[in-house]
Design a protein around this ligand. Structure first.
Ligand code: PEP
Ligand code: MG
Length: 753
């Protein structure tokens, strides 16, 4: 390639001189085609540029009839030039007139030319013109010549982008799309509504220096950046907190492409033709992007998107800016946009400025969703290709409740959302005002409203909401967001911090509930046909008792001198509870032997999440200090409907007579035995569901912190005695759901649901 590359470098230098030289844009373009024709030993060199309405217009030519300039026009897709534009793919033909797509334009006088080589001129991922050379002879253009043409086309794209030649609006239909609103129906993964300015988690790099003096130096820079990129990807794959699920798949794809010879070769070719390493990466990226526009196969699109992302990462390694946007100056109201991100990365952002996160990936159980919920940041996932659609600086509305994301909303929509954001903020303020009021009904019935928690970031909510305590502390969250198994001391630290924050309020620690979809990468992967019914929670830790012993040890040490409540998850039979309790006893005795100070009081209970346990209450109740109904799992097993499968998750109503009878029976059995029964699944935080359970006799609920205010307001407007009488008349109804009747009750009695 040596000679051709040398020639193309000379040409680039010449082009740079022309572009920086005097004259109008048109006169410079005329000189450009002359220089290219001379350098490529072509009789013809022409440049066609895109005009509004998807036309290509001949803008400059050396060799064709000059009267055709600004006269000859082709539709995108018409003739060979139109085909190159449409497919964003170069074309090299020894005998062009024989090609079926050849469209003859008499004013150009091109009938005497046989061979043709054309390349798209691509800017911002979009074809904005076509560069063509032609020769009279049946010439075979070689690969090096094609490379050189592509490099020249890239430089030309810059010239076009300056806007002197064509109104850049003509080039903008893709860009114009970027000015219109775009709506995504994603998945609401962490609730809340926010509006703010789009910031890309991984900012795009704008390449300014296109032409290089020293190709060898550029190759060196490329290799260095490629090396550091690969090391970074390997390191990310080693960081275990990102290893689960979709995040890992994407990283694996990055790794594959980062070693892909074809991709690297194409970048190296670009450098050989005289581009800087950045420009060469960008050139390949532009081609990928342009090709992506016509790809519809979802798998291929996904891979091309991986490649696009990787190119952006490589650019950032080249310019030495490898950090995410977390270190940048953020707008006051930031909506962060990313394909995917790890939970730890979310912590890097300024909590005050970060208003919402929008991801292309993400599921309710992804770790980043768990952290976002804990931090109270609205998060919407499954917004396909949002990174591609959004421009940094765009206004974005994100609704974590409905999963809707609107980028560039119209003024009216933005105003409506601003209104909703304000109303919600006002409601939050009203609920905050209820913080210090007791949770008591109109007729004086007290209901304990606890909150669910799992990380230290949850703890300030205790005071902020006036929760009675923590009814469910999901200890697995610490294990899930960590990269390695939390050490004993780390566990003790967390549990102590929780008890400190709670002061005299009760806290119920639930032991590790992992397995199923709550994956701990460092535990090794277990593939199961039905993970929800599989080796999880108490089953897993009874088989791996060291894990449970460690955790119980940490809890006992943290609880020294205080009241400690421990609860076991997913217990399906009394024997499991006995066994777990026995392990606790062993640990307690061990610490006692070692002379450690003990908790003042140890209360031990169980989650009731498996229907079978509801039929063992006679044997169970004498053994436990309390029961907490995990309605999420209990209902998924009761109705045999996967709680994480949107196709069936809402098929059966939790307010169905059968489900309510089950809850009523458990509550009544607990009351009779003097064992407190509470409910800690999602239904506990929903006003109508909570109202119904209170009617059934439940006096303790544990919910996400944001629900405490609304529930206090509901309770303050409720006459429990009246409701109780009514609810019990409903249980034998044949209705599929009692929701409508209960709603009517609330409406007729002025209950704030
Ligand atoms: C439940 O199953 O209702 C529950 C509270 O546990 P988790 O949601 O953590 O499975
Ligand atoms: Mg559960």
């Amino acid at each position: 390639m040596g000679q051709a590359a040398g020639g193309s470098r000379l040409l680039l230098r010449r082009l740079r001189e022309v572009m920086a030289g005097p004259g109008t844009a048109q006169s410079r373009l005329d000189r450009v085609v002359r220089a290219i024709a001379a350098n490529m030993v072509a009789e013809v060199c022409s440049i066609y540029l895109r005009r509004a309405g998807d036309w290509l217009e001949l803008f400059a030519t050396e060799g064709l009839n000059p009267i055709a300039v600004h006269k000859t026009r082709l539709r995108i897709g018409e003739g060979l030039v139109g085909t190159i534009a449409q497919t964003a793919t170069p074309l090299s033909l020894t005998d062009a007139p024989t090609h079926p797509k050849f469209a003859y334009r008499p004013e150009t006088g091109e009938e005497i030319y046989h061979s043709l080589m054309g390349v798209p001129i691509i800017r911002n991922g979009r074809v904005c013109g076509v560069l063509v050379v032609q020769n009279r002879t049946l010439r075979d253009y070689d690969e090096d010549e094609m490379e050189a043409m592509q490099t020249v086309a890239m430089v030309l794209a810059e010239l076009v982008g300056q806007g002197d030649l064509v109104d850049t609006n003509d080039l903008r239909d893709a860009a114009a799309r970027r000015q219109e609103p775009y709506v995504f129906d994603g998945l609401g993964l962490a609730e809340g509504l926010a509006m703010g300015t789009a910031v890309l988690h991984e900012p795009r790099v704008a390449v300014s220096q296109l032409i290089a003096e020293d190709a060898a130096a550029e190759q060196g820079r490329l290799h260095q950046a490629m090396g550091s990129l690969r090391r970074r990807i390997d390191a990310m794959l080693d960081e275990q907190d990102v290893v689960a699920g979709e995040h890992r798949d994407i990283l694996e794809a990055y790794r594959m492409f980062a070693h892909d010879r074809g991709w690297i070769d194409r970048i190296e070719e670009g450098i050989k033709t005289g581009l800087t390493a950045e420009a060469a990466v960008e050139r390949v990226q532009m081609e990928t992007r342009a090709r992506m526009a016509s790809v519809t196969d979802p798998y291929l699109r996904e891979r091309l998107a991986d490649l696009e992302d990787l190119a952006n990462r490589l650019l950032r390694h080249l310019i030495g800016k490898t950090e995410t946007a977390a270190g940048d100056e953020l707008p006051d109201e930031t909506v962060l946009i990313a394909r995917t991100m790890g939970p730890a990365e979310l912590f890097d952002y300024d909590r005050v400025k970060l208003k919402a996160v929008v991801l292309e990936e993400g599921s309710p159980t992804s770790h980043v969703a768990i952290v976002a919920r804990a931090l109270g940041i609205p998060l919407v996932g499954a917004c396909e290709r949002v990174v591609e659609q959004v421009e940094p600086g765009d206004l974005v509305v994100a609704d974590g409740d409905t999963g809707q994301v609107i980028i560039r909303p119209t003024q009216e929509v933005a105003a409506a959302f601003a209104e909703s954001v304000a109303i919600r903020a006002q409601r939050v303020a009203e609920y905050a005002a209820l913080r210090d009021l007791p949770a008591i009904s109109l007729d004086g019935v007290e209901v304990k409203l606890h909150m669910n928690a799992g990380l230290t970031v949850d703890l300030p909510h205790l005071d902020a909401t006036g929760a009675a305590g923590i009814g469910l502390f999901r200890t697995e969250l610490q294990f899930m967001v960590a990269s390695t198994m939390p050490k004993l001391t780390t566990q003790i630290e967390l549990y102590s911090a929780v008890l400190d924050a709670a002061r005299d309020r009760p806290v119920i620690f639930r032991t590790l509930d992992v397995g199923g979809d709550k994956v701990l990468p460092y535990l090794g992967e277990v593939r199961e046909e039905n993970p929800a019914l599989g080796w999880r929670a108490i089953r897993l830790v009874l088989d791996r008792p060291a894990l449970l012993r460690y955790q119980l040890r940490a809890l006992l040490i943290a609880g020294a001198g205080r009241s400690l409540s421990i609860m076991f998850p997913m217990v399906a039979d009394v024997a499991e509870f006995r066994q777990a309790r026995q392990i606790l006893e062993v640990e307690r005795r061990r610490l006692e032997r070692l002379g450690r100070s003990m908790p003042k009081e140890i209360r031990v209970g169980t989650m009731l999440e498996v229907p079978a346990l509801a039929y063992q209450l006679g044997a169970l109740l004498p053994l436990v200090d309390f029961i907490s109904i995990g309605s999420n799992d209990l209902m998924q097993f009761f109705f045999a409907a996967d709680r994480s499968n949107p196709k069936v998750a809402n098929r059966y109503d939790i307010l169905a007579p059968a489900a309510l009878k089950l809850l009523a029976d458990i509550t009544a059995a607990g009351d009779a035995a003097g064992v407190p029964v509470s409910v800690c699944g999602e239904m506990a935080g929903r006003p109508l569901e909570a109202m119904t359970m209170i009617g059934l006799g439940v006096r303790s609920l544990s919910m996400q912190p944001a629900s405490i205010g609304p529930l206090k307001a509901m309770l303050a407007s409720l006459d429990v005695g009246e409701l109780r009488k009514y609810v019990h008349t409903l249980l034998e109804f044949p209705d599929r759901t009692l929701r409508g009747k209960l709603e009517s009750f609330a409406r007729d009695h002025g209950v704030a649901i």
